[in-house]
Design a protein. Sequence first.
Lengths: 385, 135
Amino acid sequence: MDRAVDEALLRTLTPTVIGILGRRGADFAAAEDAVQEALVEAVRVWPGDPPRDAKGWLVTVAWRKYLDAVRADTSRRRREVLVEEEPAPGPAEVVDDTLQLYFLCAHPSLSPASAVALTLRAVGGLTTRQIAQAYLVPEATMAQRISRAKRTVAGVRFDRHGDVGTVLRVLYLVFNEGYSGDVDLAAEAIRLTRQLAASTDSEEVAGLLALMLLHHARRPARTRTDGSLVPLAEQDRGRWDTTLIAEGVELLQAALARDRLGEFQAQAAIAALHADARTAEETDWVQIVEWYDELVRLTGSAVARLNRAVAVGEADGPRAGLAALAELDPALPRHTAVAAYLHERDGDPVTAARLYADAARSAPNVAERDHLVRQAARLNALLRG
Amino acid sequence: MAKYLLLKHYRGAPAAVNDVAMDQWTPEEVSAHMQYMDDFAKRLEGTGEFVDGQALRPEGMWVRSDGEGRPPVTDGPFAETKDLIAGWMIIDVEDQDRAIELAGQLSAAPGAGGRPIHEWLEVRPVFGEPPTVTE
């Protein structure tokens, strides 16, 4: 091989090429298949024979793959009629191709998991195998999920805008619930959100991008070398990425200045206040509580109320935090962990140790479970003296 | 090669030799235990014997069909007395001796006081595939 294929370039071009095939009359499912085949061919051919015009090459090869598929298809006549009947897109209807794909892949008729998979493939240009590895499922399972998703949106018109909120929720899921594998899903979510921000003018898109950047900035400090979690208060803030923080804060300020607050801007504002504190003690908890109030007002979310109780505990003392917590449903995920934390701050290690052990039993993932067990162990060791 | 399922129990297995609840260990002992489990799985990947493994959350319930057109019946969460599986690992090994050897190593994960737990693990052979040549 002369050189490695520029995978990042391939992935950036994916939605554009799907869009071009779409404008030439291909339906989404067929265009997306053809482009995936062209990507596979690019990975095979480019190392020995790199094209001068990567996009032109992909369009040519994908279009040929599409025509091959149409010819092979027994329903060819039907499709050709369909293509002819489709009105030619006039200048007024030309919308950013990539943007259309975002809306299609996050269509409300899709389940969140399907929307995530389809977005990563059609907009992100990832292979089915990469997506399957990232979500720890067999490749055949992921392939089925994607083809079902494509059937679901088959009837959706390619050129219509949807609600940007649905797209943001999908991108947030990719960022927040991405697991491991070859592909860094958090970085991928940031790339896709950046791309979206470049083609839309929405405060909430900017808010989500800011939120992601501010959280991504903390990543080097969030886990120890053995994989265990480091709570925010104990993180080495010197390891936070100041470039990402600066970019996030700037994006957020510009968005907030437009005075159209949304949930992602509010969450980003909270993250920015944490980023702003040089030590955990310098954190402006009073302002954080105010932002949680906004967030609760905007979303009514139980998770936001729970986090608010933690913030109240820091701003007004653990008793106030426990009082805020008492108003919430004890069955909420992490309710017990928050109670344990507040009781410890309130000087009651016996109750705290018991609650940490309880919380470990209902932890949603192994990293949190281990963290909570260690907290219980730490207090019990202390109590034994 | 033969596949074996190694089962670890939260409850229901005979008592371990070093039987102390994990929240009574020191945080360092907890970390050492986690590290041992990670290393064990990595070592088996290295020898080509690891297939899969997951830890299970302690909650759960029984479910059965209640007939067509009716929602399934659920019973649970599990009663405190019930045998409760904590996690599983599937290994693909030469023979049963190797499966037992590996289960023994896993059972020796360090616990309270840094001493091996010597917990009981359940080892179950998985049905194999029928051979192509039968005579």
